[in-house]
Ligand binder design. Sequence first.
Ligand code: TPP
Ligand code: SF4
Length: 327
Amino acid sequence: MTTTLNERLRVPVEDRPLDFYQCAISRWCTGCGDNAIMTAVQRLCRDEHLPPERVVSVSGIGCSSRLPHYLNSYGFHGLHGRALPVAEGIKSRRPDLHVFVITGDGDCCSIGAAHWLHAFRYNPDLTVLLHDNGTYGLTKHQTSPTTPLGVRTNTAPTGAAMEPLDPLSVALGATNASFVAQAVDWLPEVLSQILSLAFHHRGFAFVRILQRCPEFLPGLFDPWINDPARIRLVTHDDALTPSAGLARSFPNREVHDPSDLDRARRIAADRELLPVGLLYRDAEVPTYEDLHPVLRLPSERLQERMEDELDRFTIWPDGQRLAQGGD
Ligand SMILES: Cc1ncc(C[n+]2csc(CCOP(=O)(O)OP(=O)(O)O)c2C)c(N)n1
Ligand code: SF4
């Protein structure tokens, strides 16, 4: 063991192999992009020397939301669409932990959409991975908010009738958005770099990851996998810095300053080229933990405050409330 400290969590650095961060065999289908995302999360944990007891992964319900079962850390596999409030609760009481949120396009952009929008505004210190496969995988192929126009599903057998919601544009339009990036499961170098940038961002780091579901939407992303010229690789010295070999495969590269919100919105809205990289980052947006005075109280004082609040609603037997000092 070395004596240096992990800067984010202030814990001693300990070298561990990749498989140390896996605690069960995944049940995802062969070729499912969730496997690649899980590997990228394990790599991040290994490279950042994260002790499992200082990491929590929180999810809702869906194929993607099974990740906490496989990652060797604390985990909370909760209710459909409710990963964010659970994660916010954990982070607000245990700021010493690093909290990942794992969510699907149904989980985040459909049933959990209200939590999602407000989470940007609150800017809690979370790393959020949206596994976007364009369908409800776990429940076997229904239309989701991100199913592309015309794509057939069980609930739209003749093809999705509406334009899909664009998670990047929604994120870049949300009040207080502080970190918005896009990755794809088939480019591990880019995925790992973006997860690392998200991990080091203090605030609500939102990463949409295009994730293949070969079971229900085989070939959905083939146009971009087979033709890298349809991707806009968004780079910057202080953001995504692809290796020369990788960069050569992408003729459409753009050096983009991640503090430029207007350009980020235009890149996200462009339907010709799929953006991959960090679109926006503002490290100055205060986090919820910074802003909320009660969250800064020492835990004994916070407990007292909660007891006082609960006492206000206690139905006291006659006379006892006065004896307890109540009104
Ligand atoms: C309140 C509630 N409504 C509906 C469901 C059924 N349900 C479970 S997972 C899911 C959709 C999952 O899709 P997504 O979030 O895109 O994740 P994926 O399985 O594709 O990874 C639905 C509708 C549920 N579990 N709870
Ligand atoms: S159904 Fe799709 S999303 Fe679910 S595990 Fe299989 S490939 Fe992955």
